[in-house]
Design a protein around this ligand. Structure first.
Ligand code: SAH
Length: 242
């Protein structure tokens, strides 16, 4: 019986994986991978059998139960199994279900973190998610509930929504309902971390206009403090004024 290493592949281009992730990948006999991971990572584990368990966005090409069963089966047959996930495995990655399936069969595991999409988007736009004085909290939220309905609240200074790309006009309406002022800055970044990443700037009231630009691409929506353009620093609060 083997062990499963969950590896966060990062949000895009292969070189955003961690060194630890790369080392574990190089030792794998089997790799179960998601649709949002870069095919270039295959070069780092040519010895392994690569199994596509592709999911895209919220839709599932392969049901979660089937993935769990395949993972268990592979770990029973091989020593070193890798479960490669887009971004970070612990963020909207169905990690809990897969860990439970392994635990039920007494199979060991390790989790290697990765760069989640919210962080790649912040890097791409050079808009820090936290700001001294104005942005003390960040919330990672899925816009889609388990039942497939859209929900949005105001729970942090910076709110990053995953899985909302298909429904930006509806998200705008929910944000207004939740009490976000209409002129709150919103940044939408699709394919963050890839060479063709695209970022657009909006206000809560006009977020719907982003839909066409990002159609068909995985996107995160950042609302509030973290979507504000960094302004030139005019005074330092650290030092007493002259
Ligand atoms: N575990 C992943 C998230 C998987 S859920 C992570 O940590 O990033 C899938 C959602 O993630 C997509 O609907 C989209 O909202 C977001 N996403 C994934 N990759 C992305 C990328 N490169 N750019 C922008 N958003 C991305």
């Amino acid at each position: 019986m083997g062990r499963v290493v969950f590896i966060g592949a990062g949000p895009g281009a292969a070189d955003l994986i961690t060194l630890r992730g790369l080392h574990r990948l190089a030792e794998a006999q089997v790799v179960l991978f998601d649709a949002l991971t870069d095919p270039a990572l295959r070069e780092h584990a040519p010895q392994a059998q690569w199994l596509d368990v592709g999911k895209r966005g919220f839709g599932h090409a392969t049901g979660q139960a089937a993935i769990n069963a395949l993972l268990v089966q592979q770990a029973q047959q091989h020593e070193r199994v890798v479960r490669l996930k887009g971004g970070d495995p612990s963020v909207f990655g169905r990690l809990e279900e897969e860990l439970q399936a392994l635990a039920a069969h007494g199979i060991g595991y390790e989790v290697v973190p990765g760069v989640t999409a919210a962080l790649a988007a912040a890097a791409h736009t050079a808009r820090p998610l936290t700001r001294r004085g104005s942005g003390r909290s960040v919330s990672l939220t899925t816009a889609m509930t388990q039942l497939g309905t859209l929900e949005a609240k105001r729970s942090a200074d910076t709110e990053v929504f995953y899985m909302a790309g298909q429904q930006l006009p509806a998200l705008a309406a929910k944000l207004l309902e939740a009490g976000w002022p209409a002129d709150t800055p919103v940044s939408v970044v699709s394919r963050a971390g890839w060479p063709d990443a695209l970022a657009t700037e909006h206000r809560v009231a006009t977020l719907g206009e982003a839909a066409d630009r990002h159609a068909g691409r995985p996107a995160v929506v950042t609302v509030g403090a973290g979507a504000t353009a960094a302004t030139p620093k005019t005074l330092s609060l650290d030092r007493p004024q002259a």
